[in-house]
Design a protein around this ligand. Structure first.
Ligand code: SF4
Ligand code: F3S
Ligand code: FES
Length: 248
């Protein structure tokens, strides 16, 4: 079944912009990204949108639909009533480049500040041994498609631009937690989590978890355990030392 839907799309660039109204054809089974592509093909050829896979796997098409952070390619038009106005705006936490495309380089800068996996000196490939439970923990975090919807949603930076320097956001605090809980990683991640990446600014509101398209339990499985590990260490350095020794 085909119908005409009312779309309201933010158009603009670094100098500012406005919401513009469009009426666009919608066919059964389509997602919001299909409608954006139809708009480009029929009414707004210069509308900027970032996308790659149209399968929820590349993390490129992040935006806000009726105010909720979502992937354009994974949001079915059947989510909305036929007479509902569908408003599409760029992610709010990052600077707009044009229309629906934002500059997410904040995230790349934060990623570079997390040292990579650091196995013990002398451990050769082939000597890595891990329990299944540790493998599964890492695998959950590694489902991340780097859509940055969690980063966009966390109020610590969404509502307080000045916090960006001191806070790396849920995606990268999760990466630090993954490595800190990895039985073969020997880098000291806990001090950096607190002092360089702003773990203490997270007040576990779980908004990041709510919007994750991969349904990763960011808060419960990464941020809260990381807070507990940092607290253990703060109040009892022997706990930290013991944890490190037991891992080897
Ligand atoms: Fe996206 Fe989830 Fe990864 Fe955050 S943790 S960047 S919401 S996939
Ligand atoms: Fe932000 Fe998620 Fe913590 S939304 S405050 S990082 S639980
Ligand atoms: Fe790849 Fe949407 S286009 S996640």
């Amino acid at each position: 079944m085909t119908h005409k839907a009312d779309f309201r799309i933010w158009r603009g660039d670094t100098d500012g912009g406005e919401l513009r109204d469009f009426k666009v054809e919608v066919n059964e089974g389509e997602v919001v990204l299909d409608i954006i592509h139809r708009l480009q093909a029929t009414q707004a050829p210069d509308l900027a949108v970032r996308w790659n896979c149209k399968a929820g796997k590349c993390g490129s098409c992040s935006a806000e639909i009726n105010g909720r952070p979502r992937l354009l390619c994974m949001t079915r038009m059947s989510t909305f009533a036929p007479d509902e106005v569908v408003t599409v705006t760029p992610m709010r936490t990052f600077p707009v480049i044009r229309d629906l495309v934002t500059d997410v380089s904040f995230n790349y800068a934060k990623a570079r500040q997390v040292p990579s996996f650091t196995p013990p000196a002398g451990l050769e490939p082939g000597e890595y041994r891990m329990q299944q439970v540790d493998v599964e923990r890492s695998q959950e975090f590694r489902k991340c498609i780097e859509c940055f919807l969690c980063q966009n949603t966390c109020h610590v930076i969404r509502d307080f631009e000045d916090n960006k320097a001191a806070f790396s956001g849920p995606r990268f605090l999760m990466r630090i937690a993954e490595l800190d809980m990895h039985p073969l990683d020997v880098a000291d991640r806990q001090k950096a989590a607190q002092e360089e990446h702003g773990l203490g600014l997270c007040n576990i509101t779980k908004c990041c978890t709510d919007v994750c398209p991969e349904h990763i339990h960011i808060t419960d499985n990464a941020l809260i355990p990381m807070k507990e590990r940092v607290a253990d260490r703060k109040y009892d350095p022997l706990v930290w030392l013991g944890n490190k020794i037991r891992r080897r």
